[in-house]
Structure formats: C-alpha cells, structure tokens
Design a protein around this ligand. Sequence first.
Ligand SMILES: [Zn+2]
Length: 134
Amino acid sequence: MDHCEPGSALRVLTALGIDSSCRNLVSVVMNVPSGKMKKKDIVKIADRFLSATEANRIALISPRASVNLIKSYKVIEKIKIELPESFVNVFNCPNLTCISNTNEPIMPIILVESDPPKLRCKYCSRFFNPNELE
Ligand SMILES: [Zn+2]
C-alpha cells in the first residue's frame, strides 16, 4: 500500500488485523519523503490480498492510499482506493444508545458525507471520526 497518510501505517496494520501473531512478511516504512504528499507511509505485506471491507477501512484511515498488487517484484495491478457513499453492515454505530445497536433487526448504515471523510449514522445522525469505527 503506497501513499498512506504519514503516521497512518500502524493504524492500517491494525485495520487489517495484523499483529505480532502474523506470519507474513510485513514491511512498514513511515514518513518517506514524497513529492505529491510531502511525506507518506508505505505498508508491504507478502501473500496477502485485501477484502472489500479491508479496502473500505483503509480508505477511511488513508483516503489517498493506493494498493499495488505485486508479483515476482513487479507491480501487476494498481488499485485506487475509493470511499463508498455508505457502509452497509460493515461498521457498527459507535453510539451505544443508537437504535442500530439494540436488538432490533436493523443493519447498521454509516453514511460518508464528503472528502475529507465525515461519517454519519443513518439512524441517530451522529457524526464521528473514522477511528471510532470498529
Ligand atoms: Zn447510530
């Protein structure tokens, strides 16, 4: 993953569930000088592909990130990460008293307002930061 926001690499790893039990080869470079962004973080993970949910999480942490699929040291595909208009049944609303957190059969829907990402619950209309989402 290239062009991650500077300082976001560790949150990207957390979003992907990568911790000390990970057996893949992982390299993290933080605060690399970058023409376009001044500074950027780079995360490389061997033998790992991203699910749609994981790509969504990364888009929230690092909206300008790009994902490169690398095979035999060559970039075989570049994916531009994009924020969807809403997350349906991906994240729960952080507001514990929200109706989507009760036993009602309601799918959590988080609306994405604009760039930089602003998130709002469809049900309780509360705004929150990307790092509040789990
Ligand atoms: Zn809510």
